[in-house]
Each structure stands twice: as C-alpha cells, then as structure tokens.
Design a protein around this ligand. Structure first.
Ligand code: ATP
Ligand code: MG
Length: 641
C-alpha cells in the first residue's frame, strides 16, 4: 500500500522536466501524418515571411544602381521577376497557413479529447484508495482547468515556437550574411531581452504552478460545500463557509495576480527594447554609411550601402518582433507544464493491480458432473483455472463458498483494523456480521471484493485464492449493496438495469418486486421511467436503498453482500425485502451486516466483531444462550427500542 502512496509524487518529479517532450511525443503518436504536414506548412509559411529582406535588398540595389542612373528598363528587368516570385510565394504561403490553422484546430481538439479519455480510463482503473485519499473536486479540475492549459500549448505556443524560431534563425543567417557589425549590435540587444524575459518569466513560473493548484483547491472546496449544503444550513455555517471560501479564493487571486503581473510586463518591455534596437541600428547603419571604404565584415560580396541598411532595418523589426513572440509563450508554456504535470499525475497514477488469471465463464454440467465451458449464457458459471506448470485448465463450479482464514488488515500502516479474522460461509448460508460502529464489518466486505488487499492470511472463494481471480470477474460474481447508496442520473429502470446491462424490463421489474421496491416505484409520477437526479435526491433514503437492492438482485449473483442495506427501511417493508431475498438467495451465500438485530436473527451463523476480532460466532439461539456480547447487544437493543 505504501507503494501506491509514494509513486505519484516520485513520478511527478521525474516526469516534470520532460513533460512538454512527452506531450509532443503523444501528439505525434496520435497524429503521425497530420503533425508532420502541419509542421511543414508552418515551416514553409515561416520561411516565406523571413526571406523578403533578400528581395528588398535586390530591389533597393536595383533602384540604387539603375533608377538613380535613369536606366529604367534594366531596373524593371531586375525588379519585376523578384516581385512576381515573391507574390507567388505569398500565395502559396496563404494556402499553407490555411491548411496549418485547420489542422492545428483538428489536432488540438482531437488530442484533448483523447487525453480526456486517457484520463478517464486511467481513473476508472485506480484503486478505491485513490478516491479515499484525494479531493474529488481537485480530480474534477484535472478534466477542466488543467487540461485546458494544453489547448493553449498545442494550438498556440508550439506553433509559435516553431514559426518564430524558424524566422529568427533564418533572419539571423541573412543578417550575418549582410553585415556582421550590425548583427553584433543587435545581439547585444537580444541578450538584454533574454535577461528581461528570464527574470519576468522565471518570476511568474512558480506563480503559474501555484495558480493551477489553487484552481484545483477552489473547485474541491466548492464541490465539498455543494455536497454538504444541508449540513452547512442546519448548523448555520454559511458565514464560516464564506470565510473559508474567501481564503481559498484569495490564494487563487494572489497567485493569479502575481503570475500575470510579472508576465504582462514582459511583452511591452521586450517590444520597446525592440523599438530602441531599431533606432540604434538605423543610427549606427547611417553612421557606417558615412565612413568611406567602411569594412563591413560581411560574408557577402555585396558592398555596404543603403541596399544593406534598408533590409537590415526591416529584419531588425522582424527579429525583435519574433523574439517578443517567443518570450510571450513562456507564460503559457510554464502554465501548460503545470497543468500537464497534474494531468500526467492522474494518468501515471498506479492502476489497481490485477494479476488474477482465474476467470469466470459460462458453463454446462453434464449428468456425470463434468463441467464444460460454453460461449452462450446457461445460467451456470464456472471458474476457469489455467495451470502454468502443465498447461492444463480446470473448471470449478461457481457456488459461492467463501472462506477467510486468519486475515489481518490495516488501512494505514501501524493501525490494524482486522486481526485474525476467520469466516466460513458455505453456499446457501446466510452469514451475519454484527458489532459496534467501527468494529470492521464493512472492512471485511471491502476485502472480499478486493477493494483493498489483505496484509496476511487467506481468502478463498470456491476453494480458489481470491488473489488469483481476475478482479472484474470476482466482482461480477458478487452482488453488493453498499452501506452508502449511489444512484446515477437516469430513470429508475436504468438504475436497476445497472446491475445487469442486458436485463429486460421484465427482469428489472421482477427484481424490483423481489426487493420490495416495485410498490413505491409504481407510485412515482412516471413509475419506472421517473428520472432520478443528483444521486436520487428526489427519493427517500429507504427508497434509494430499495432500488440499490433491486440493482444487486437483477444481477442474480451467487454471493450477495448487504451492508446495512435495509437500515433506512421500515420494519414491515424490511420483512418483505427479507422474504424476497431469502427466495432469491436459495442455494447462494449471503453476507448481511446490520445494526438492527432483527435483520440478522434468522442467519445461519452470526459473527460478533469487536475491534477487528471475531469474539463470538454461532446461531442466534446459541449466542443468546451463551449470554455474551451478542446477548447484551440484542437485549440492550430491545430495551432501547
Ligand atoms: N478508507 C479508510 N481508510 C482508513 N481507515 C479506515 C477506512 N475505512 C475505515 N477505516 C477504519 O477502519 C475501522 C473499521 O471501519 P469499518 O468501516 O469496517 O467499520 P464498520 O464496522 O463497518 O462500522 P459501521 O457499523 O459504522 O459501518 C474504523 O476504525 C475506521 O476508522
Ligand atoms: Mg460499515
């Protein structure tokens, strides 16, 4: 268990650095054709917008040489082809940009959609412990706020990095080619720009990370308060909640303000440094023009003149403008890193381990008792148990025989919850657990369905160690009514059918009749088609429990676990439920947990739990005769009633 605890932190730290690379890798894997096509379009458009300086140089040179000397024909002969060529490049570039924007939108939205599915699928495979230890609102914000940072990254930052990066490099190459001196001056300016952006960007980075975290906290708080509105109101804690909310909101405000205050200053500062550079280059370039036989240190054979200074100025604007563009992306990259880190934290979370290889299959039993596996539904099930040693496969009929032997368990290290628990339940038996609140009754059921794994001891199901059984098959064979009922948005019928998706309406209604739910459902405004909302808040607690029982009953499982399933149901209706359950569960195993001891009276065996130990076991009559804890609970309860 400690493994599950430590892994997310460790993975988050190691993955932190290459989170952007990881996004890029995933993007490419998701869109192996579209990503290169888009990159090529961006590349082409960027090159086209970087090279006009060359044409400006040519045109200026032609003007300098021919127009000033009056040779218009020669000038036209050099200028016109350049203009036509440039114009055609621009036309193609428009097409490239159109393709690029369309594809970028498709890739971005598609990638986000795939990511959400990855997250959801990952989340579904997480152990119950994860949900016990994480705020649900915080998990929600992975799906909304955090993933949204990736949208900005993919649709804007990465294309800009590519586009501006290419323009900067190309323009830089052309500038060096034309004039090393002027380029050196420009580089000094760029160094200044980088220092400024590092300062501002670095300052905002930690606040952007804080911002993401604060949004998660805020969503977590709002969700908790929504769930707990009734409690808030009954204790009149609205004022206190508002105060707490103000505190959470204030942290968000401060992080957000600091992040943006730093980053907002970046753009204008860099732009103005760029403007200053323009003036300096213009001045210095002009001064160079005045120096006779100026040694330009250029890589080209073009003599230093106005035809160098004019395109150079043009390139200065382009160069600093694109550096500005690049620096603008720092924010969204930092933010995307923060968001992506949280998203990956969820994706990287260790899934619920399942190394089970014994599976549940449809079975047919012949007159000699031989079991064969069949594809169609027969109403009989068998455990398919492959043996790695000799490659053979054995089948065991699913009967619902559950045995726990000397089981120890703790949720948190050093705090044992169950000690030496041994339980034997044969098919057809009804086993009850009673005991004080917190004694460990629900915990036992958590172990049978493997929400948690035991630390020591053994649990066998039809003679098979449950660790060998595939979790989904194990759970499929168990009908469980949890202590807290959860109903989903949908009709009453949908909620019952949740127990067995292929169940017909008739089967669902039969299950509802069996569990005593049919009566009240028919009295609902739209009967079985009544829409339930917000965890069935339009029903009474007992009605919710009845639907939960019907949902478990429709699955027709060989083992049924009822954890306080009838705690909110009146005793008369409970008797109906009991009778229905007894009919349903003939020849199957039932575990019942109940504080109301009349519920467990008719069990074959009653286990009395105390601080994680079974202290008494036996039938109702035996335990009463023993006059021990059960006797006290039973008679005490009666006195209270
Ligand atoms: N998810 C959990 N993480 C840590 N400890 C837990 C968790 N769930 C239960 N416990 C602890 O385990 C002990 C047994 O809890 P359990 O839910 O099994 O009690 P119970 O017998 O079902 O009680 P009740 O009658 O109130 O339902 C309690 O002391 C509780 O504090
Ligand atoms: Mg419980």
């Amino acid at each position: 268990m400690s493994k599950i605890n430590n892994s997310p932190k460790a993975s988050a730290v190691t993955k932190k650095k290459n989170v952007i690379l990881r996004v890029l890798g995933m993007l490419y894997r998701d869109y192996p054709r579209l990503v290169p096509i888009t990159a090529c379009c961006i590349l082409f458009a960027a090159l086209v917008s970087a090279i006009p300086a060359i044409f400006i140089q040519k045109i200026t040179a032609a003007i300098e040489i021919h127009v000033l000397t009056g040779d218009y024909a020669a000038a036209a002969k050099e200028i016109v082809p350049s203009i036509i060529f440039l114009a055609s490049l621009y036309v193609i570039s428009i097409i490239a940009i159109t393709v690029d924007t369309q594809l970028t939108a498709k890739i971005t939205q598609g990638f986000l959609s795939k990511m959400r599915i990855r997250m959801f699928r990952g989340m579904q495979n997480l152990p119950i412990k994860y949900f016990d230890t994480h705020k649900h609102g915080d998990i929600m914000s992975y799906y909304t706020n955090d993933i949204d940072t990736l949208r900005e990254l993919i649709s804007r930052s990465i294309p800009t990095l590519l586009r501006s990066g290419i323009i900067v490099l190309t323009v830089f190459g052309i500038m060096i080619y034309y004039s090393v001196w002027l380029t050196l001056i420009l580089i000094l300016g760029v160094i200044l720009m980088l220092l400024v952006s590092k300062k501002a960007g670095g300052g905002s980075a930690k606040h952007f990370i804080g911002l993401q975290r604060s949004v998660g906290k805020l969503e977590g708080y709002v969700q908790e308060m929504m769930n707990g509105q009734k409690v808030v109101k009954v204790f009149s804690r609205e004022e206190k909640c508002s105060e707490e909310f103000r505190a959470v909101n204030n942290t968000l405000y401060e992080e957000s303000f600091k992040a943006h205050a730093y980053s907002n200053v970046l753009g204008p500062v860099i732009m103005n440094i760029g403007n200053i550079m323009y003036v300096i280059i213009a001045t210095v370039g002009g001064l160079f023009l005045l120096i006779p036989n100026f040694y330009n240190l250029s890589l080209s054979s073009i003599p230093f003149g106005i035809s160098i200074v004019v395109p150079f100025l043009n390139m200065t604007k382009q160069f600093t403008g694109n550096i500005n563009q690049l620096s603008q992306q720092i924010n969204s990259i930092v933010m995307a890193m923060a968001g992506a880190n949280r998203v990956f934290e969820l994706i990287d979370e260790e899934p619920e381990a399942d190394d089970g290889y014994v599976t549940l299959v449809n079975a047919r039993v012949d007159e000699n008792g031989n079991i064969t596996e069949v594809p169609e539904h027969t109403g009989k099930w068998a455990w398919r148990h492959p043996h790695s040693e000799d490659g053979s496969v054995t089948y065991t009929l699913l009967r619902g025989d559950v045995r726990m032997t000397d089981v120890d368990f703790e949720y948190e290290e050093g705090k044992p919850v169950l000690r030496d628990v041994s339980v034997y339940a044969e098919p057809g038996q009804k086993v009850a657990f009673v005991g004080a609140t917190g004694a460990g009754k629900t915990t036992i059921t958590n172990l049978i369905n493997r929400y948690y794994d035991i630390a020591d001891g053994k649990i066998r199901y039809d003679g098979i160690n449950i660790n060998k059984i595939k979790k989904s098959d194990l759970r499929r064979s168990l009908g469980i009514v949890l202590q807290e009922t959860n109903l989903f948005t949908g009709t009453v019928m949908d909620n019952i059918r949740y127990g067995k998706l292929e169940a017909t309406d008739e089967e669902c209604i039969a299950a509802a009749k069996l569990s005593g739910a049919d009566d009240f459902i028919r009295r609902l405004p739209a009967g079985y088609n009544t829409e339930l909302s917000g965890n069935g808040s339009n029903l009474s607690q007992g009605q919710r429990q009845l639907i939960a029982i019907a949902r478990a009953a429709v699955a027709d499982p060989p083992v049924m676990i009822l954890d306080e399933a009838t705690s909110s149901i009146d005793t008369r209706t409970e008797a109906i439920v009991q009778a229905g359950m007894d009919k349903l569960m003939q020849g199957r195993t039932v575990f019942v947990i109940a504080h109301r001891l009349s519920t467990v009276r008719n069990s074959d065996v009653i286990m009395v739990l105390d601080h994680g130990r079974i202290i008494e076991r036996g039938s109702h009559e035996k335990l009463i005769a023993e006059k021990g804890t059960y006797y006290q609970l039973y008679t005490g309860a009666f006195e209270l009633e």
